[in-house]
Design a protein around this ligand. Structure first.
Ligand code: GDP
Length: 435
């Protein structure tokens, strides 16, 4: 799906426009039982086609001169997005900063669509013609405040969106990535896997992104795509070293993966940054394997293995479904287990459960643990049905959504996990009312 970035000087109204473009689609994300946190990527939809929007405002560097920040944003947009919306403002008119950004954006081969915000009334609509001078084509008038003009803008975005051949050609390879802090051994793992599997098919040069993904076939004959995470190969840019940028890179890889291998360094243990990235993968509904790397360097005299497992389970309670694999990129220890683990999780994510079987499980669950009540009213569950795979997604119809508690959702999820085999993948439960 196409990735869009908004670029513009401060005060043109980027966050208002951002919210308008995403609209109420955000509530779909909120249906997912998980910890909600800032999303640098949000998903929106226009006329049945999905798009992703990068919130470059969310990765601003403080303490930097304003124009450096804007430059930083533009660089990220040019690296990460398929389409750039260049935002200016009718209220202030054409400014030097707009012109500077306009120049920067001439360097990219990606489509740039010029949008003029704060065109709230017809007089202001006359102002927009000045912006032709930027050399980015026809200006699209919008009003973040009034919500006007976004239909035409999104139409144009969708026209310019590169048609992704992998979307139409049904790529069934298992897409996975290694995610983690710097120096946990991500690139070493990538290299070790390729050595282990010995069957490099091709490097797919990213056409729109600068990422380099690698396709390979495992010993068992399944196809894998190892998503290039790190942008590790690109060096020398200032922002490369900012934590927020490395988080953004990780998120971009997570979005493109079916399964995320969360790499933890056995020598240094679990850190805050590990949790943040894991939380994002979970919220995005991706399959997860916790990979403990550098196991060769750990002194295994005591019960290190049990201790580490206990720590991980305590720190990542919401990832209790994720298998843990102790490996060494250096010696190759247990790395051969990874492809089969990924296959297993991929299959679990694509499992479909018949409604009749599903509802037997729900009746048993309700019999075992009565539904919650509030002010004398009891939650009634009418029906559950699976509406999607990857991740398995279930809609449960009830008499009143207010009566559904988080803890009861958790209970239902556990019952589903006990009845069917969903190791390694989050499940999505959507609660809907039916009178
Ligand atoms: P990245 O930043 O996550 O890609 O990490 P690198 O792959 O660059 O590895 C960081 C450092 O850890 C390098 O010095 C590696 O040689 C070392 N390293 C990576 N994997 C292992 C491992 O399994 N065992 C040991 N002992 N060192 C490792």
């Amino acid at each position: 799906i196409p990735t869009i970035a908004l670029v513009g000087r401060p005060n043109v109204g980027k966050s208002t426009v951002f919210n308008r473009l995403i609209g109420e689609r955000i509530s779909i994300v909120a249906d997912f039982p998980g910890v909600t946190r800032d999303r640098i990527y949000s998903t929106g939809e226009w006329l049945g086609k999905e798009f992703r929007l990068i919130d470059t405002g969310g990765i601003e560097m403080t303490n930097e001169p304003l124009m450096d920040q804007v430059r930083f944003q533009a660089e990220i947009a040019m690296d990460e997005a398929d389409i750039i919306i260049f935002l200016v403002s009718a209220q202030e008119g054409l400014t030097d900063a707009d012109e500077e950004i306009g120049h920067m954006l001439h360097r990219t081969k990606k489509p740039v669509i010029l949008a003029v915000n704060k065109t709230d009334n017809p007089e202001q609509r006359q102002e927009i013609y000045d912006f032709y001078a930027l050399g980015h084509g026809e200006p699209y008038p919008v009003s973040g405040a009034h919500g006007t003009g976004f239909g035409d803008l999104l139409d144009e975005v969708m026209v310019q969106a590169p048609s992704d051949s992998s979307d139409t050609e049904e790529d069934t390879s298992i897409k996975f990535s290694f995610i983690g802090r710097p120096n946990v051994g991500k690139s070493s793992l990538v290299n070790s896997i390729l050595k282990e599997e010995r069957v490099i098919v091709s490097n797919i040069e990213g056409t729109t992104r600068e990422a380099v993904d690698t396709k390979f076939t495992s010993q068992s004959g399944r196809e894998f795509t190892m998503i290039d995470t790190a942008g590790i190969r690109k060096r020398g840019k200032v922002y490369e070293h900012t934590e927020k940028y490395s988080v953004l890179r990780a998120m971009s890889a997570i979005e493109r993966s079916d399964i995320v291998c969360m790499v933890i360094d056995a020598e240094t243990g679990i850190r805050e940054q590990d949790k943040r990235v894991a939380g994002y993968a979970y919220d995005a509904g991706k399959g997860i394997v916790i990979v403990v790397n550098k196991w060769d360097a750990v002194d295994k005299s005591d019960n290190k293995f049990e201790e580490f497992t206990k720590d991980i389970r305590a720190e990542f309670q919401y990832l209790s479904f994720a298998p843990i694999l102790f490996v060494s990129a250096k010696t190759g220890q247990r790395l051969n287990k990874l492809p089969e683990l990924l296959e297993m999780i991929y299959d679990n994510r694509h499992r479909r459960v018949q409604s009749s079987v599903l509802n037997d499980v729900v009746s048993d669950a309700v019999a075992m643990n009565p539904t919650p009540t509030d002010k004398g009213r009891r939650l009634k569950i009418y029906y559950m049905t699976q509406v999607a795979v990857n991740p398995p997604t279930f809609v449960v119809f009830v008499n009143d959504v207010e009566l559904m508690h988080f803890s009861y959702e958790r209970f239902l999820e556990n019952q589903l996990r006990n009845a069917f085999y969903f190791e390694g993948t989050p499940l999505k439960l959507i609660v809907r009312e039916r009178k």
